[in-house]
Design a binder for this molecule. Structure first.
Ligand SMILES: Nc1ncnc2c1ncn2[C@@H]1O[C@H](COP(=O)(O)OP(=O)(O)OP(=O)(O)O)[C@@H](O)[C@H]1O
Ligand SMILES: [Mg+2]
Length: 219
């Protein structure tokens, strides 16, 4: 992944906000990176651009050698769905679906029909969620358990790149450490992991930190 002089501007009535301002860096396949910086410095904006959930105002982004600007909407949707796993800060699970249905939802989007619940169970076992909870709904789970479900959902289509916005932000430190062991294991198996965190203990699990301040990378 390559960012070349990327800027993101949010036009607001009070004036433009340059959330990112001339950001350039590259991420190699198989890296484990943390993104750190003060609140409002542009971390989530950066992660959203990496996940192709948003597009830059200026500059260019390449993923696996393809320039995002040159991709059609269909190609972008396929890229997001098949190659990128996104773990949101507040889990974003569907409250009316049970755990297996939540986890297999991106698979259903991919195939367009009913999916094999066995694959859902497989990833849920991989994130070490208690089997008894598989048919429960998200509100019946603790924060750490919901985070495991959100990770399982991000992994269901075997992404090459896993993007996480504060993956342990709402968890106690012991549960957070368990989640980080899981991330480390995924990275060891070849997944590129990029996570936003404000916690140095969590960043220590990564092998490189990108620091950002006022929308710029701190050298
Ligand atoms: N959709 C939006 N519309 C307008 N301004 C936005 C939007 N999203 C973010 N911003 C602004 O862009 C800047 C960067 O926001 P961003 O969410 O990337 O920060 P962050 O580093 O993730 O902060 P935090 O640690 O609090 O999550 C902030 O000034 C924010 O107010
Ligand atoms: Mg943020």
């Amino acid at each position: 992944m390559l960012f070349s002089d990327v800027a993101k501007v949010y036009p607001l009535p009070a004036g433009d906000v340059r959330a990112l301002d001339g950001v350039s860096f590259r991420v190699d396949r198989g890296e484990f990176i943390s993104i750190m910086g003060p609140s409002g410095s542009g971390k989530s904006t950066l992660l959203n651009l990496m996940g192709c959930l948003d597009t830059p105002t200026e500059g260019d982004i390449w993923i696996s050698g393809t320039r995002i600007r040159d991709m059609s909407d269909t190609e972008l949707t396929t890229l997001r769905r098949d190659r990128i796993g996104f773990i949101f800060q507040y889990f974003n699970l569907f409250p009316l679906l049970n755990i297996i249905e939540n986890v297999t939802f991106p698979m259903m989007l991919k195939s367009g029909r009913d999916v094999d619940p066995e694959r859902g169970k497989e990833v849920l076992r991989a994130v070490q969620l208690d089997e008894k909870l598989f048919t429960h709904t998200p509100t019946e789970l603790s924060g750490g358990q919901q985070q495991r479900v959100a990770i399982a959902r991000a992994l269901i289509n075997n992404p090459d790149i896993l993007l996480c916005d504060e993956p342990t932000g709402n968890l106690d430190s012991k549960t957070g450490a368990g989640i980080m062991e899981l991330m480390t294991e995924l990275n060891r198996n070849g997944t590129t992991v990029i996570m936003v965190t404000h916690d140095q203990n969590i960043a220590n699990y990564s092998r490189r930190t990108i620091r950002i301040s006022d929308g710029r990378i701190v050298p």
